[in-house]
Design a protein around this ligand. Structure first.
Ligand code: CDP
Length: 220
Protein backbone atom coordinates (compact mmCIF):
# COMPACT_ATOMS: atom_id res chain seq x y z
CA UNK A 1 0.00 0.00 0.00
CA UNK A 2 2.92 2.32 -0.68
CA UNK A 3 2.04 5.93 -1.49
CA UNK A 4 -1.44 5.03 -2.62
CA UNK A 5 -4.87 6.27 -1.74
CA UNK A 6 -6.96 3.63 0.01
CA UNK A 7 -10.42 4.73 1.06
CA UNK A 8 -12.52 2.38 3.21
CA UNK A 9 -16.28 2.91 3.41
CA UNK A 10 -18.31 0.71 5.73
CA UNK A 11 -21.86 0.74 6.97
CA UNK A 12 -25.16 -1.13 6.99
CA UNK A 13 -27.55 -1.62 4.05
CA UNK A 14 -29.07 1.60 2.77
CA UNK A 15 -26.52 3.88 4.43
CA UNK A 16 -25.54 5.18 0.99
CA UNK A 17 -22.13 3.52 0.69
CA UNK A 18 -22.23 2.37 -2.89
CA UNK A 19 -23.84 5.51 -4.32
CA UNK A 20 -21.33 7.86 -2.71
CA UNK A 21 -18.36 5.53 -3.34
CA UNK A 22 -19.12 5.45 -7.07
CA UNK A 23 -19.29 9.24 -7.28
CA UNK A 24 -16.12 9.72 -5.24
CA UNK A 25 -14.27 7.22 -7.46
CA UNK A 26 -15.27 9.21 -10.53
CA UNK A 27 -14.39 12.56 -8.99
CA UNK A 28 -10.97 11.39 -7.81
CA UNK A 29 -10.38 9.17 -10.84
CA UNK A 30 -9.64 6.09 -8.76
CA UNK A 31 -11.00 2.53 -8.79
CA UNK A 32 -14.21 1.58 -7.01
CA UNK A 33 -14.71 -1.91 -5.62
CA UNK A 34 -18.17 -2.98 -4.45
CA UNK A 35 -17.28 -5.87 -2.13
CA UNK A 36 -20.96 -6.59 -1.40
CA UNK A 37 -21.40 -7.48 -5.07
CA UNK A 38 -18.74 -10.17 -4.65
CA UNK A 39 -20.66 -11.83 -1.78
CA UNK A 40 -23.81 -11.49 -3.88
CA UNK A 41 -22.12 -13.36 -6.77
CA UNK A 42 -21.07 -16.13 -4.37
CA UNK A 43 -24.68 -16.38 -3.20
CA UNK A 44 -26.02 -16.52 -6.77
CA UNK A 45 -23.61 -19.32 -7.64
CA UNK A 46 -24.61 -21.34 -4.56
CA UNK A 47 -28.35 -20.87 -5.16
CA UNK A 48 -27.99 -21.71 -8.87
CA UNK A 49 -26.38 -24.99 -7.89
CA UNK A 50 -29.15 -25.69 -5.39
CA UNK A 51 -26.67 -26.10 -2.57
CA UNK A 52 -27.99 -25.93 0.96
CA UNK A 53 -26.65 -22.84 2.74
CA UNK A 54 -25.70 -25.01 5.72
CA UNK A 55 -23.52 -27.30 3.60
CA UNK A 56 -20.16 -25.64 4.22
CA UNK A 57 -18.14 -28.42 2.58
CA UNK A 58 -19.98 -28.11 -0.72
CA UNK A 59 -19.89 -24.31 -0.50
CA UNK A 60 -16.13 -24.36 0.10
CA UNK A 61 -15.65 -26.59 -2.96
CA UNK A 62 -17.75 -24.30 -5.18
CA UNK A 63 -16.38 -20.98 -3.93
CA UNK A 64 -12.79 -22.18 -4.17
CA UNK A 65 -13.24 -22.43 -7.93
CA UNK A 66 -15.56 -19.47 -8.45
CA UNK A 67 -14.87 -17.37 -11.54
CA UNK A 68 -15.80 -13.74 -10.87
CA UNK A 69 -14.74 -10.61 -12.71
CA UNK A 70 -15.53 -6.95 -12.21
CA UNK A 71 -15.07 -4.30 -14.86
CA UNK A 72 -16.50 -0.77 -14.65
CA UNK A 73 -19.21 -1.81 -12.20
CA UNK A 74 -20.31 -4.71 -14.42
CA UNK A 75 -20.16 -8.04 -12.64
CA UNK A 76 -19.40 -11.33 -14.39
CA UNK A 77 -19.98 -14.77 -12.91
CA UNK A 78 -18.59 -17.55 -15.12
CA UNK A 79 -18.25 -14.93 -17.87
CA UNK A 80 -21.94 -14.01 -17.74
CA UNK A 81 -23.09 -10.48 -16.85
CA UNK A 82 -25.06 -10.91 -13.60
CA UNK A 83 -25.13 -7.24 -12.55
CA UNK A 84 -28.93 -7.14 -12.44
CA UNK A 85 -29.49 -10.63 -11.10
CA UNK A 86 -27.31 -10.13 -8.00
CA UNK A 87 -29.66 -7.34 -6.84
CA UNK A 88 -32.67 -9.70 -6.70
CA UNK A 89 -34.47 -9.87 -3.36
CA UNK A 90 -33.74 -13.59 -3.25
CA UNK A 91 -30.03 -12.81 -3.17
CA UNK A 92 -30.47 -9.98 -0.62
CA UNK A 93 -32.31 -12.36 1.68
CA UNK A 94 -29.56 -15.01 1.61
CA UNK A 95 -26.31 -13.10 1.16
CA UNK A 96 -25.56 -12.43 4.83
CA UNK A 97 -25.60 -16.11 5.62
CA UNK A 98 -23.12 -16.81 2.82
CA UNK A 99 -20.93 -13.85 3.80
CA UNK A 100 -20.65 -15.24 7.33
CA UNK A 101 -18.89 -18.42 6.14
CA UNK A 102 -15.19 -18.21 7.00
CA UNK A 103 -13.88 -19.71 3.78
CA UNK A 104 -16.05 -17.45 1.61
CA UNK A 105 -14.76 -14.38 3.44
CA UNK A 106 -11.11 -15.44 3.26
CA UNK A 107 -11.36 -16.10 -0.45
CA UNK A 108 -13.09 -12.79 -1.21
CA UNK A 109 -10.75 -10.78 1.04
CA UNK A 110 -7.73 -12.26 -0.81
CA UNK A 111 -9.19 -11.03 -4.11
CA UNK A 112 -10.03 -7.61 -2.62
CA UNK A 113 -6.50 -7.13 -1.26
CA UNK A 114 -4.96 -8.23 -4.53
CA UNK A 115 -7.02 -5.58 -6.36
CA UNK A 116 -6.02 -2.95 -3.78
CA UNK A 117 -2.34 -3.85 -3.90
CA UNK A 118 -1.51 -1.97 -7.06
CA UNK A 119 -4.05 0.84 -7.47
CA UNK A 120 -5.68 3.79 -5.74
CA UNK A 121 -9.02 2.49 -4.59
CA UNK A 122 -12.24 3.24 -2.76
CA UNK A 123 -13.83 0.07 -1.40
CA UNK A 124 -17.18 -0.30 0.31
CA UNK A 125 -18.48 -3.11 2.49
CA UNK A 126 -18.78 -4.17 6.11
CA UNK A 127 -15.22 -5.09 7.14
CA UNK A 128 -13.08 -2.81 4.97
CA UNK A 129 -11.79 -0.47 7.68
CA UNK A 130 -11.49 -3.18 10.32
CA UNK A 131 -9.95 -5.89 8.17
CA UNK A 132 -9.52 -5.66 4.39
CA UNK A 133 -7.82 -2.22 4.35
CA UNK A 134 -6.90 -2.10 8.02
CA UNK A 135 -3.87 0.09 7.26
CA UNK A 136 -5.91 2.70 5.39
CA UNK A 137 -5.65 6.27 6.68
CA UNK A 138 -9.02 7.18 5.21
CA UNK A 139 -11.83 5.25 6.86
CA UNK A 140 -15.49 6.22 6.97
CA UNK A 141 -18.47 4.60 8.60
CA UNK A 142 -21.83 5.64 7.15
CA UNK A 143 -25.01 5.16 9.09
CA UNK A 144 -28.66 6.24 9.14
CA UNK A 145 -31.77 5.23 11.02
CA UNK A 146 -33.36 1.94 9.96
CA UNK A 147 -36.46 3.83 8.74
CA UNK A 148 -34.42 6.09 6.45
CA UNK A 149 -32.34 3.20 5.14
CA UNK A 150 -35.39 1.03 4.46
CA UNK A 151 -37.16 3.90 2.71
CA UNK A 152 -34.16 4.45 0.43
CA UNK A 153 -34.06 0.76 -0.48
CA UNK A 154 -37.84 0.71 -0.99
CA UNK A 155 -37.70 3.68 -3.36
CA UNK A 156 -34.77 2.18 -5.23
CA UNK A 157 -36.72 -1.04 -5.82
CA UNK A 158 -40.00 0.70 -6.72
CA UNK A 159 -38.11 2.87 -9.24
CA UNK A 160 -36.74 -0.30 -10.78
CA UNK A 161 -40.31 -1.57 -11.15
CA UNK A 162 -40.01 -4.21 -8.42
CA UNK A 163 -43.19 -4.70 -6.41
CA UNK A 164 -42.25 -4.68 -2.72
CA UNK A 165 -43.90 -3.99 0.61
CA UNK A 166 -42.22 -1.37 2.81
CA UNK A 167 -42.66 -3.36 6.04
CA UNK A 168 -41.01 -6.37 4.41
CA UNK A 169 -37.99 -4.29 3.48
CA UNK A 170 -37.66 -2.97 7.04
CA UNK A 171 -37.82 -6.55 8.32
CA UNK A 172 -35.24 -7.85 5.81
CA UNK A 173 -32.81 -5.02 6.48
CA UNK A 174 -33.13 -5.43 10.25
CA UNK A 175 -32.44 -9.14 9.88
CA UNK A 176 -29.40 -8.50 7.68
CA UNK A 177 -28.08 -5.85 10.13
CA UNK A 178 -28.32 -8.37 12.95
CA UNK A 179 -26.58 -11.18 11.04
CA UNK A 180 -23.85 -8.83 9.77
CA UNK A 181 -23.20 -7.29 13.19
CA UNK A 182 -23.26 -10.48 15.21
CA UNK A 183 -21.31 -12.86 12.99
CA UNK A 184 -18.11 -14.40 14.29
CA UNK A 185 -15.67 -13.39 11.53
CA UNK A 186 -15.16 -9.69 10.90
CA UNK A 187 -18.61 -8.41 11.75
CA UNK A 188 -19.98 -5.02 10.77
CA UNK A 189 -18.47 -2.57 13.27
CA UNK A 190 -16.95 0.87 13.03
CA UNK A 191 -13.15 0.85 13.05
CA UNK A 192 -11.77 2.91 15.97
CA UNK A 193 -10.11 5.30 13.55
CA UNK A 194 -13.07 5.66 11.16
CA UNK A 195 -14.98 8.93 10.76
CA UNK A 196 -18.65 8.26 11.45
CA UNK A 197 -21.21 10.05 9.28
CA UNK A 198 -24.95 9.94 9.94
CA UNK A 199 -26.43 10.32 6.46
CA UNK A 200 -30.10 10.47 7.64
CA UNK A 201 -30.50 14.18 7.00
CA UNK A 202 -27.91 14.59 4.22
CA UNK A 203 -28.30 14.27 0.48
CA UNK A 204 -25.82 12.33 -1.66
CA UNK A 205 -23.75 15.35 -2.69
CA UNK A 206 -23.46 16.52 0.89
CA UNK A 207 -22.07 13.13 1.95
CA UNK A 208 -19.69 13.04 -1.04
CA UNK A 209 -18.38 16.55 -0.28
CA UNK A 210 -18.00 15.77 3.41
CA UNK A 211 -15.96 12.65 2.72
CA UNK A 212 -13.78 14.35 0.11
CA UNK A 213 -13.11 17.23 2.53
CA UNK A 214 -11.86 14.74 5.10
CA UNK A 215 -9.62 12.67 2.85
CA UNK A 216 -6.11 13.00 4.16
CA UNK A 217 -2.81 11.31 3.65
CA UNK A 218 -2.02 8.45 1.34
CA UNK A 219 -0.51 5.28 2.77
CA UNK A 220 3.26 5.38 2.93
O1 CDP B 1 -26.06 -2.74 -0.96
P1 CDP B 1 -26.37 -3.37 0.36
O2 CDP B 1 -25.89 -2.56 1.49
O3 CDP B 1 -27.78 -3.84 0.46
O4 CDP B 1 -25.58 -4.68 0.45
P2 CDP B 1 -24.18 -5.05 -0.14
O5 CDP B 1 -23.17 -3.98 0.15
O6 CDP B 1 -24.38 -5.46 -1.55
O7 CDP B 1 -23.79 -6.32 0.74
C1 CDP B 1 -24.59 -7.46 0.78
C2 CDP B 1 -24.22 -8.32 1.98
O8 CDP B 1 -22.91 -8.84 1.79
C3 CDP B 1 -24.17 -7.63 3.33
O9 CDP B 1 -25.44 -7.60 3.97
C4 CDP B 1 -23.20 -8.51 4.09
O10 CDP B 1 -23.83 -9.65 4.61
C5 CDP B 1 -22.24 -8.95 3.02
N1 CDP B 1 -20.98 -8.19 2.99
C6 CDP B 1 -20.01 -8.52 3.89
O11 CDP B 1 -20.21 -9.37 4.74
N2 CDP B 1 -18.80 -7.90 3.84
C7 CDP B 1 -18.55 -6.96 2.93
N3 CDP B 1 -17.34 -6.39 2.88
C8 CDP B 1 -19.54 -6.59 2.01
C9 CDP B 1 -20.78 -7.22 2.08
Amino acid sequence: MVNMLKIAIDGPAGSGKSTVSKIIAEKLNINYLDTGAMYRMCTLKILNKNINLDDENKITEIIDKIDIKMENNVFYLDNKDVSEQIRDEKISKNVSKVAAIKFVREKMVDIQREIASNADVIMDGRDIGTHVLKESKNKFFLNASIEVRALRRYEELINKGVNVIKEEIIKDIAKRDKLDSEREFFPLIKADDAVEIDTSGLNINEVVDLIISKIGEKND
